[in-house]
Design a protein around this ligand. Structure first.
Ligand SMILES: NC(=O)c1ccc[n+]([C@@H]2O[C@H](COP(=O)([O-])OP(=O)(O)OC[C@H]3O[C@@H](n4cnc5c(N)ncnc54)[C@H](O)[C@@H]3O)[C@@H](O)[C@H]2O)c1
Length: 327
């Protein structure tokens, strides 16, 4: 079975194209972006038919699936356009900075019976995928987690705009918020400190935060995130502790390639796994196509996307209102 796939937005969308090109069941059909240079690069490298507007692309092409890789403000409208034409949607994170808009995306995809997968690549990144399986089968659910996920400078206007990217907490920290939900379940309480410390010209947008999450099933996580680093130092470090084991995932930012764990019953013996291509994009795109072809529910669903938006907004509210937020 061959699926005709389009990509809208050619920043990280180029990475989607690279991974679609590696899936035998995919025929890269079209790409849309108003940036002519990006469009030219995509059409030359991947033979995607170029469109300067997504609407034109949908009108002219009969697509089976699309990746929406534009800034969040446009995600709802583009998802509606796709779903109404029965095109399955892989949408980059965050779904939106509005819970209502994110819910509308779930509703429209449900109504038109198309898949909606959110770009939470960490669920499929090899180190976390390995560890999740290990936790489910053997180590148990983590009840203590500590995450360092501070990024370097990003200075695109949309990233900082409250109604678009919403700053680093909604645009970026959403990745680890989703990861924590994946391992530890739903969040009941958020307590955050933070503010505008380093990107003064983006004030009053929050650029940095440190927060705790408490989970409905028990357990707690601490997260240090936002613009707390610079790219040369930006690391991803996640510790998960269960009743039975202590686990550490480490790597450069967005490159979680090294996993180590020990059993508490045997604390001197360290188990190590290293993963060469650790970011999870390859697995994410392959999974989306598998879901479309074999009618499976995506591992990172629209409902997961909505929950993660709620938690990001609670972190920001906790900082701004200086109080603990109960979800
Ligand atoms: N999963 C990840 O690791 C990851 C990494 C980077 C970005 N992202 C997400 O991807 C999205 C885009 O981020 P980016 O870094 O690629 O941004 P970017 O600004 O580099 O690129 C976005 C592109 O979308 C185009 N665009 C904007 N609105 C459009 C529209 N309505 N129709 C067609 N094209 C349009 C712009 O011209 C631009 O070329 C964001 O939601 C971001 O959070 C995810």
């Amino acid at each position: 079975m061959q699926l005709k796939v389009g990509v809208i937005g050619l920043g990280i969308g180029m990475r989607h194209l690279e991974e679609y090109a590696a899936v035998p069941e995919v025929e890269i059909t079209a790409a849309a972006d108003m940036n002519p240079e990006r469009l030219k690069a995509a059409s030359e490298k991947y033979r995607a038919k170029p469109y300067t507007s997504a609407e034109e692309m949908f009108k002219s092409e009969k697509l089976d699936a699309v990746s929406i890789c534009t800034p969040p403000r446009s995600h709802l409208q583009l998802t509606q356009m796709a779903a109404e034409r029965k095109v399955h949607v892989m949408c980059e994170k965050p779904m939106s900075t509005s819970v209502n808009d994110a819910k509308k995306m779930v509703d429209t995809c449900g109504k038109h019976r198309v898949k909606l997968m959110i770009g939470f690549k960490k669920r499929l990144a090899p180190a976390y995928a390995f560890l999740k399986k290990k936790c489910d089968e053997d180590l148990g659910r983590p009840v203590w987690a500590l995450v360092k996920f501070a990024l370097g400078r990003v200075d695109m206007d949309w990233f900082w705009d409250e109604q678009d990217g919403g700053g680093p907490i909604t645009e970026n920290t959403v990745h680890v918020i989703d990861l924590l939900r994946y391992f530890m379940g739903d969040v009941k309480r958020v307590h955050a400190e933070g503010g505008n410390y380093f990107m003064r010209h983006r004030s009053p947008q929050i650029d940095t935060g440190i927060f705790t999450l408490s989970f409905k099933e028990g357990g707690m996580a601490g997260v240090g995130a936002g613009y707390g680093s610079e790219w040369a130092f930006a690391k991803e470090e996640v510790s998960f502790t269960t009743a039975k084991a202590v686990c550490e995932v480490k790597g450069n930012f967005d490159q979680p390639g090294n996993l180590q764990y020990i059993y508490r019953s045997q604390p001197d013996k360290v188990y190590t796994e290293n993963f060469a291509k650790p970011d999870g994009f390859k697995e994410e795109i392959a999974h989306f196509i598998d879901c479309v072809i074999n009618d499976k529910k995506p591992l990172a669903s629209g409902e997961d996307g909505v929950e993660s938006v709620k938690i990001c907004l609670a972190v920001k509210r906790s900082i701004r209102e200086n109080k603990i937020i109960t979800l």
